[in-house]
Design a protein around this ligand. Sequence first.
Ligand code: SAH
Length: 511
Amino acid sequence: MAEEQGTVYLVGAGPGDPGLITRRAHDLLGEADVLVYDHLVHPDLLQVCRADCEKIYVGKMAGQYSVRQEKIQTILVEQIRAGHRVVVRLKGGDPLVYGRGGDEARHLREHGVAFEIVPGVTAAAAAAAYTGIPLTQRHTSSSVTFLTGHEDPVKGTGVIDWPRWGALETTLCIYMGMARLADIVDGLIEGGRDPQTPAAVVQWASTPLQRSCRAPLAELPGRVAEAGLGAPAVVIVGDVVTYGENLNWYEERPLFGRRVVVTRNRAQAGELRERLERLGAEVLEIPLIRVSPDHNESIWSEILEELGSYDWLVFASANGVKHFFDYLLKKHPDIRNLGAMRIAAVGKATARAVEAYRLTCELVPEKATAEGLADALIETGSLDSAKVLVVTGNRGGEKLISRLESEGFAIVDRLPVYKTELEKLDDAPAVGDFREKGADYIVFTSSSTVQSFAEQARSLKLGPSAKHPLACSIGPVTTEKLKGYGITVHVEPKQSNLDALVEAIRAHAAG
Ligand code: SAH
């Protein structure tokens, strides 16, 4: 018996914000053997696919037309015939709203290929939600109509009877209407729509590039041109636009419209990115350093032998915590091998990393620096002849250790567990974007990121129309390093932690 044939899933990716994809769609991305995707699909969604998933791009290429619809349909059938089980055809928004999903489903049916359809948040719904414009409203609008401003060139112009739609009291949502906006507005008014009808254009809804503009219908094309809005955008026409006037929550967020460069290593950038994005910032990730495990077997084996005899275990960074426990638990899966030592962490983030192993930190200094940690440990009065294990990376730790020895009279062992290297910038995807447009802020969370920045300044040279970003530093040590390279620090929080840093950027942006 022939093996059962695979299925093509026609899946909506949502309007832009990757968080707006459905759970069903997300699950299917994770299962996909083949992904066939479009121009408006967010790059983060492609990361959900398995590494061995074949990704076929059928969207617009720069300066070219998209792959023809018939060709896409042929590709879908071919992928199934080639024996693939899960073929995901991912489209922006909803597959059945101006998405040719119907054509694809018919083609698959005609060729005997099984399919399923997964809906997505369509652009009009996102444009409405992300500007606070209700599409229907009691007493104001009881219906909503989706229209396309892009007319089929084969059928000639004038296929859509704009005056007819102008005569109806309904909320209009016009897709693909930007190129012919003035003609569309004229047609609607000709049909009887009041020129003063409130109208709006929402570009790139639900993404950091979202911009919107509201104006009476007759004035909309001029205002849109002034504001420089372009495709992809949805035009909304109706009294509901007035209703939503003060509800523009998304664009009112404190960092909305600000570009912020995050320079932390890839594994740690996400935390900071998320915090900034929640406040509305557009985040460019340009990792300037790379952190990888780096264990010295002979140091480890000496330390493991006497692990139970240490009085203090001191973590100088969250990276140290991760790589220390990764190694330790691989060799000795029983956490009790740690013994009854006390634990110190340089700051809150490091302490949280320790607590994730259900261990409590006895000491976390107020001032989250090596100096602060040394002061606090010495102040405990417990160091005289005590055995202290300091977990570090390949750089740093020297000052901390020498103070514990010379001022606290401790017996200190240093255990390096990771190394920090400068990340080569050449092929980082956000780098080109940064050179072209610049940013409002660039955030440094360690002195190694500063060093990497200074050493690779040529790769990050800004173009003539790029905005020069203001430097933000997490704390005094990083600030010193920046000053050493002649870089002015515009934002530095009183406390050296991520929350305080993000809050300081928010306060600076508020002016
Ligand atoms: N299937 C998609 C529509 C594809 S047609 C959906 O359901 O949303 C492409 C048009 O959709 C664009 O020209 C624009 O009018 C609209 N569009 C898509 N994404 C958008 C976004 N993030 N913001 C505003 N309009 C968008």
